[in-house]
Design a protein around this ligand. Sequence first.
Ligand code: SF4
Ligand code: URA
Length: 259
Amino acid sequence: MKQSDYLKVLKLAKRTLEESQNWGEDELYKAPVKNISLPVQPQATELKNNNKLSVEELKNKVLNCKDCALGKTRLNAVFGEGSSSAEIMFVGEGPGFDEDHQGRPFIGKAGQFLTNLIELMGYSRDSVYIANIVKCHPMKDPSNPELRGNDRPPTDLEVSECSKYLEAQIAAINPKVIITLGKPSARYFLKTDMAMGAIRGQFRDYNGIKLMPTYHPSYLIRNGCVFGKKDQGQEVTKLKKEVWTDLKKVMDYLKTGKI
Ligand code: SF4
Ligand code: URA
C-alpha cells in the first residue's frame, strides 16, 4: 500500500471514531478489513470485473438518451459512479442542480452528507456504487436549469421510462445490498406508498438482493442533522440514531451474511 493510502485510512478511522459518538455508537464500528476505504484501483477492477464493458456501454446509452422529456432539458445525464464490483449500491431519486451541472451523482450538499455517512460506515465513496432512479434532472420549471431550488421528484412516467437503465446497472454490478434513499426510491423498489418512517430499517428482498430503505440525506439535513457538531434537540438525535441503526444492519449483514 502507498503511504498516501495509509494516511487516508488513518484519517478516515479518526473521523469515524470521533463522529460515531454523535451517531448513537460508543465504539468504532469494526468494518470488515477488506472494505476499509482503500481506493479502488481502476486497472485491478478492469481485470477482475468482466461486467465493466457492459457498464460502460450502458453509460454511453444513458449519455445519449432522450427517451423521456427530461432528456430535452437536462444539462448532463447522470449515469452513476463507483466500483463496478461494489457490495453496496445507494439509490437516490434523481440528479439535482449540482449533479445536472457536473454530470455526477450526489455531489451537492446532500452528496457531501451521503459521502460522510459512507465513510462513517467504514467504506470509501469509490468502493460503493451511487445511482439514482432517473438519470436526468427533474425540474419544476424545466426552462430554467440555472435556477437553484428548481428540483422536484420524478414522475411515475419518467421513472418507468428510465428504470431500464437502473435495472441494467443493478444486473451489471450485482450488489449484495441496495440502500434506497428517500421515498421515491423506496417506492420504486417496493411499490408502496407507506411513509418512510414505517418502511425504513427493515430488510426486504429485491430479486434476490437485500434491500434496506432509509431516509434521504436531504431530509436529514432539512431536519437538522449535521456532522461534526452536537445535536440541536432530541428529534435530531432520534433521527440520526434511526439512520445509523439502518446502516449498521447493512454492515452487520455484510460482515456475517445473516440478517
Ligand atoms: Fe433517458 Fe432516463 Fe434521461 Fe429520461 S431520464 S432522457 S429515460 S436517461
Ligand atoms: N439527490 C438525489 O436523490 N440524487 C442525487 O444525485 C443528488 C441529490
